[in-house]
Design a protein. Structure first.
Length: 358
C-alpha cells in the first residue's frame, strides 16, 4: 500500500500535524545569499542535506517549474482614530472600481463606528498622510475583515507610507533588507501580504543554471493573504474554515502544462501557493477567481508532480498540504531530521524538495 493510499483511509486530527520546534530555529533574517540557503532533498529515504544552489542538477530537462509571480505590497499601515487612539491596518486586498476601496484587518483597542475616518500616518512620522473611512465589514455584515475607502489610490499610498507585512513570528520591524529579501526576484503582480517563500531562494544564478539544463519555466499568480498564518484551531480538521485567496493561471501557463504532460515531463510547483493555484484550476476549470481549497491527506493531485517548499508552522493547513502531497509519516520524519540538523524554519528559512506520494 502506498503512502497516498494509506493516508486516504486514515482519519487525521489536528494533533497529527503538531511538532515541537526549538524557537531558535525560526529564521529572523534571510540567508546572506538567496541560493546559499539549505535544501533538504526529501524525495527518498534517507533524506539528503544539500544547498539550494544544487537544485538545477536535481531536476530533469523538460521539467516545468511553475512560480507564483505575486508581488508583496507594503500592506501594514499605522494611524489613529479621531479620538487619538492608535490603529493598525493590514490591507488584505484592493477592491476593483473607482472608489479607492480596500479590505483590511484592523487592530485597535475599540472598534470605530461605520463612517469613522482614520488618520493614517506618513511612513516614519505621525503626520497624517491620508485618511481611511470605515465603510463596514467584509465580505458580509458580520465578516472578519473591514472595508475602507482611502483618500487616494491605495497602491500608491501603501508604496509611499506602508510597511513590509512581515509574519508574526519575525520579531523585528521591517528594514531595507526586508524590502529587498521578502520579495522574489521575479515578482511583478502586486497584491500579496505574504511572500511565496519557497521562491525566495531563487536568484539569477540558479535561474540561469535551470535554463542551461533545459528546465522550463511558467508562472501563475496567487495573492497570498494573511490567512496563510492562521492556525487551525479545531481538532476535527474537517471543521476548519479556509481563507480565500485570488488566483490566476494565464493561458500560456495552461498550454505549457499541457505540452509538458503530453511529453511525459514533470510539473514542479514552487511553493504551496503554486500548488493551491494549479489544483484549484484543475478542480474547477476556472483559470481566474477566488479559491478556498483545503488540501488534506487523501486529496487527489491532478497537476503537481514535484514540490519545492519551505518548512511550515505546526498544526497549520500548509503542514496538511505537504503531508497530503508526500505522505504524512514521511513528512513528519523529514521534519524530525530537519530539526536534528538545525535547519532554519518558516519564511526566511530553508527549503525541501518533495515528490508526490503514490
Amino acid at each position: 500500500m502506498t503512502a497516498s493510499t494509506a493516508d486516504a483511509t486514515r482519519v487525521f486530527t489536528l494533533s497529527d500535524f503538531d511538532f515541537s520546534l526549538p524557537p531558535e530555529l525560526i529564521a529572523q533574517h534571510p540567508a546572506p545569499e538567496r541560493s546559499a540557503s539549505r535544501l533538504l532533498d526529501g524525495r527518498g529515504a534517507p533524506p539528503v542535506d544539500r544547498l539550494f544552489r544544487e537544485l538545477p542538477e536535481l531536476l530533469l530537462p523538460g521539467d516545468l517549474l511553475v512560480f507564483n509571480d505575486t508581488q508583496v505590497i507594503k500592506a501594514r499601515l499605522f494611524g489613529e482614530k479621531a479620538t487619538g487612539g492608535k490603529v493598525e491596518l493590514l490591507v488584505e486586498r484592493v477592491l476593483p472600481g473607482p472608489g479607492h476601496e480596500v479590505v483590511a484587518h484592523m487592530k485597535v483597542s475599540k472598534k470605530p463606528p461605520v463612517g469613522a475616518t482614520l488618520h493614517m500616518h506618513a511612513r516614519g512620522s505621525t503626520r497624517t498622510a491620508f485618511t481611511a473611512t470605515l465603510l463596514g465589514r467584509w465580505p458580509h455584515d458580520d465578516g472578519p475583515l473591514f472595508r475602507f475607502a482611502f483618500s487616494g489610490e491605495p497602491h500608491a499610498l501603501m508604496a509611499a507610507h506602508g510597511h513590509v507585512p512581515l509574519p508574526p513570528y519575525i520579531q523585528h520591524g521591517d528594514t531595507e533588507e526586508d524590502e529587498r529579501r521578502y520579495q522574489t526576484v521575479f515578482a511583478k503582480n502586486p497584491g500579496a501580504v505574504a511572500a511565496p517563500t519557497a521562491a525566495l531562494h531563487f536568484d539569477q544564478g540558479v535561474l540561469a543554471a535551470l535554463d542551461a539544463r533545459g528546465v522550463q519555466r511558467a508562472s501563475v499568480t496567487l495573492h497570498v493573504g494573511a490567512g496563510t498564518f492562521q492556525p487551525c484551531k479545531t481538532e476535527n480538521i474537517a471543521e476548519h474554515v479556509m481563507h480565500s485567496e485570488w488566483y490566476q493561471v494565464p493561458a500560456a501557463t495552461q498550454q505549457a502544462i499541457r505540452e509538458t504532460q503530453s511529453r511525459g515531463g514533470r510539473i514542479v510547483a514552487i511553493g504551496t501557493t503554486s500548488v493551491r493555484t494549479l489544483e484549484s484550476w484543475a478542480r474547477t476549470g476556472l483559470a481566474c477567481g477566488d479559491t478556498d481549497i483545503f488540501i488534506t491527506p487523501g486529496f487527489r493531485f491532478q497537476v503537481v508532480d514535484v514540490l519545492i517548499t519551505n518548512f511550515h508552522l505546526p498544526k497549520s493547513t500548509l503542514m496538511m498540504l505537504v503531508s497530503a502531497f508526500a505522505g504524512h509519516d514521511h513528512i513528519m520524519a523529514l521534519y524530525r531530521h530537519a530539526i536534528e540538523q538545525r535547519y532554519r524554519f518558516f519564511s526566511y528559512g530553508d527549503s525541501m524538495l518533495l515528490k508526490r506520494a503514490g
